[in-house]
Design a protein around this ligand. Structure first.
Ligand SMILES: NC(=O)c1ccc[n+]([C@@H]2O[C@H](COP(=O)([O-])OP(=O)(O)OC[C@H]3O[C@@H](n4cnc5c(N)ncnc54)[C@H](OP(=O)(O)O)[C@@H]3O)[C@@H](O)[C@H]2O)c1
Length: 250
């Protein structure tokens, strides 16, 4: 790694990405914090911080971002969207959006950094997935599929990149009601919700918003990403948050 290493993090406008950007800055790293709509007021001013626009579903946006970022040592694929809905009521165009962001966005970003990582025979990619891939929950079939695909993708990729000195890891956060994830998730309500699923969906929505069971804080995710990036002995799958850790040990 260079003297002052650089992390490029996707989805830094809120939640886990924003906290991870702060964490790496506090630890003395250079951070390229990427957002669909960059907002300088979100992070502390620092000569080690750069804000760049990035939409992970847009190939041209990825190319411009990677060109502008220059050499990086770690890529954190954090950007993601949720979907909490009975499959029967969901439009396939919405399903595609979830996979475009969570799965293909992660794959495209990874492809974009590999040439420089391979040439330098160094670099780490951390993919943020979810503890729902450890224990399935209802109404999350599409979201879980999009994240489980990233787990499997990462584990296979790690094998082909190890000979080049490149590490790839997954961080699996638990449920974090404090981020904007719930607000940003695709939910079915009102007329678009199939009547047969209405009561069941209502019960699941209430359970998801509850804070009476262990939950995950953004800081837990920042710490897990830090471990994935800086500890060469970190395991392939790193749970983040009390609920995710408990699930990984069950
Ligand atoms: N919160 C949870 O309960 C939870 C649990 C497990 C895993 N996760 C995962 O953790 C990650 C972060 O979630 P969070 O809880 O921090 O949610 P969040 O507050 O909604 O943050 C998601 C971030 O992703 C960005 N994003 C969405 N679509 C994008 C795109 N096409 N290109 C670039 N950025 C995009 C959002 O940016 P905009 O502001 O532009 O929309 C936002 O910065 C996600 O991958 C999520 O699936 C969340």
């Amino acid at each position: 790694m260079a003297t002052t290493p650089t992390a490029l993090i996707t989805g830094c406008s809120s939640g886990f990405g924003l906290e991870t950007a702060r964490y790496f800055l506090d630890k003395g790293w250079r951070v390229v914090a990427t957002m669909r709509t960059p907002d300088e007021s979100l992070l502390p001013r620092s000569e080690r911080l750069r804000l760049l626009p990035l939409d992970v579903t847009d190939a041209e946006s990825i190319r411009r971002c990677i060109d502008a970022a220059g050499p990086i040592d770690a890529l954190v694929n954090n950007a993601g969207v949720g979907m909490l809905a009975p499959l029967e009521g969901v439009e396939l165009t919405e399903v595609r959006k979830v996979f475009e962001t969570n799965t293909l966005g992660t794959i495209a970003m990874t492809q974009a950094v590999l040439p420089q990582f391979r040439q330098r025979r160094a670099g780490v990619v951390v993919n943020v997935t979810s503890s729902v891939t450890l224990k399935s929950l209802p109404l999350l079939a599409v979201y879980t599929g999009s994240k489980a695909a990233v787990n499997a993708f990462t584990e296979s990729l790690a094998l082909e990149l190890a000979p080049f000195g490149i590490r790839v890891r997954v961080v699996l956060p638990g449920r974090a009601p404090s981020t904007r994830f719930g607000e940003n998730a695709h939910l079915l309500t009102g007329d678009s919700l199939p009547e047969a699923y209405a009561q069941f969906t209502q019960r699941v929505f209430e359970a998801v918003r509850s804070t009476s069971t262990p939950i995950t804080q953004a800081q837990d995710v920042a710490e897990a990403v830090w471990r994935a990036v800086t500890d060469p002995l970190a395991p392939m799958r790193i749970p983040a948050g009390a609920d995710a850790v408990a699930l990984s040990e069950a």
